[in-house]
Write a protein of this length. Structure first.
Length: 461
């Protein structure tokens, strides 16, 4: 009976920690990592830096005190069954067994159910979420890990044998499907979900984390696009977030900017760390890249820019549908919102931000739950994109042409890269169909978008 109660007490203790102390522990560890990040901050003024460090220290001390108090309270409540057993059996509490193998076995069995309870976090456990926050929410800490990565894994100066390749376009243009086709040719290296969350330390993380799960499942967009831990993804935006300390991210917009020479050179180092074969091309899918296109061209005239474009109305409809989809997901699980913010995905959802190229249509008069807003977003993005086309290393990919014949489009890219790109025969990507009610859209917007679309298609491969 005694050892049964030991198991019950152990179960109560761990359940109590999980239910009442887990969030406090999470916040304490998060604040501790933030303190290190603040200490590493070399961009803020010293007075502001010291003020932030002292303010955060209060959170750390308060969190530590809460953990101690909660743990003690939970412990004393949990041992009540053992205490009652000794009381009714007229035993001294200090004289009961706390060290034998039977006691240890009872505690192990009692704690087991807590660790076997499956997580309801859609693949992101408590510990996974904590690690993501520690790394991705602290730019200076991530850059420190990047320095360590370079010291151990960047053995020689960067040798750029091939230009890097950027697939870009407004979200929902088909960039993911197109990038996956390119990657399957075997001539590209890129980041994948397996690099999360140590995105800036891919080789260091690979030594610690070796995922075996390659089973594909449908992504959160609900668009029949599947992914696994080995799937490539738009992760190198975090590089620019970290090295520019989020200075291009404003309250309601992400703005056009020019990375410095130092940031560009570090980006080349980063590519070298990601690449597995020197003769391969570094490939990135980055919808935000257009914001820094001109600045990057000043440093590099050779990189290949592939702009994917989709007809405006169906594209805007897809954006609206995903905006509603992610609002619900982020309301149900705030971690989804955090995750997208960390990676610089502001295309839709509760923290949607417009692309500010300095020549935008005014979006303030439109409701984000109406098609007019998203068609205006399309116009702003592709109107600016049209202004930078004409460079010999910039090309346009028609979404409709790609869906119709992926091999043909990839072969055209192959000629531009002077590379032998062959994709395996597989089922073609199916377009999503939308019931469009054009009567709800302003005619001027439709005409403007159609004109831009036609002009850009003239640059198509």
């Amino acid at each position: 009976m005694y050892y049964f109660l030991v198991g019950i007490s152990t179960l109560l203790f761990f359940l109590g920690l999980k239910m009442f102390a887990a969030k406090t522990f999470y916040n304490f560890v998060s604040a501790s990592a933030k303190q290190l990040n603040l200490i590493l901050d070399n961009a803020s003024e010293e007075s502001i830096k010291q003020k932030n460090i002292l303010a955060n220290l209060k959170h750390i001390l308060l969190g530590f005190a809460k953990i101690i108090i909660l743990t003690l309270v939970i412990f004393f409540i949990a041992i009540i069954p053992i205490y009652l057993f000794t009381y009714f059996n007229q035993q001294e509490f200090s004289g009961v067994d706390f060290t034998s193998w039977k006691f240890l076995l009872a505690t192990a069995i009692g704690s087991l159910p807590v660790f076997l309870i499956p997580s309801a976090n859609q693949g992101y456990s408590y510990w996974s979420r904590l690690i993501h926050e520690l790394v991705l929410d602290n730019n200076f800490l991530s850059k420190l890990l990047f320095k360590i990565e370079k010291r151990f894994f960047l053995k020689k100066e960067v040798e750029v044998n091939n230009p890097f390749v950027v697939v870009s376009g407004l979200a929902r243009a088909g960039t993911t499907a197109f990038t996956k086709k390119l990657f399957k040719t075997g001539k590209f290296d890129s980041l994948s979900y397996a690099n999360m969350p140590l995105v800036l330390s891919p080789n260091l993380w690979a030594k610690l984390y070796k995922p075996k799960n390659v089973e594909e499942k449908e992504r959160a967009h609900g668009d029949r696009m599947s992914f696994s831990l080995n799937s490539i993804e738009a992760l190198d935006e975090y590089f620019f977030k970290a090295f520019q300390n989020d200075n291009y991210i404003k309250k309601d917009s992400v703005i056009k900017h020019a990375p410095s020479v130092e940031v560009y050179e570090e980006y080349l180092h980063y590519q070298k760390l990601v690449k597995k074969k020197d003769d391969n091309f570094y490939l990135t899918k980055n919808n935000n890249f257009l914001l820094r296109y001109e600045g990057m061209r000043q440093h590099d005239t050779d990189f290949v820019f592939l702009l994917v474009i989709r007809d405006p109305l169906s594209h805007a409809s897809s954006l609206l549908a995903q905006h509603k989809n992610f609002i619900k997901q982020q309301q149900d699980d705030p971690f989804v919102l955090q995750y997208m913010n960390w990676l610089g995905h502001f295309e839709f959802g509760l923290n949607q931000k417009e692309f500010d190229f300095g020549q935008n249509l005014d979006l303030k008069s439109y409701d984000k739950l109406e098609l007019n807003y998203w068609l205006s977003v399309w116009i702003n993005y592709y109107n600016y994109a049209h202004s930078i086309l004409g460079n010999k290393q910039s090309f346009v990919i028609s979404y409709d042409a790609f869906v119709e014949d992926p091999s043909m489009i990839v072969s055209k890219v192959s000629k531009q890269l002077n590379a032998d790109l062959i994709i395996p025969n597989e089922e073609r990507f199916k377009k999503s169909q939308y019931n469009l009610d054009e009567t709800t859209v302003e005619r001027d917007l439709i005409e403007m978008a159609t004109a831009i679309y036609d002009k850009i298609l003239k640059y198509s491969l």
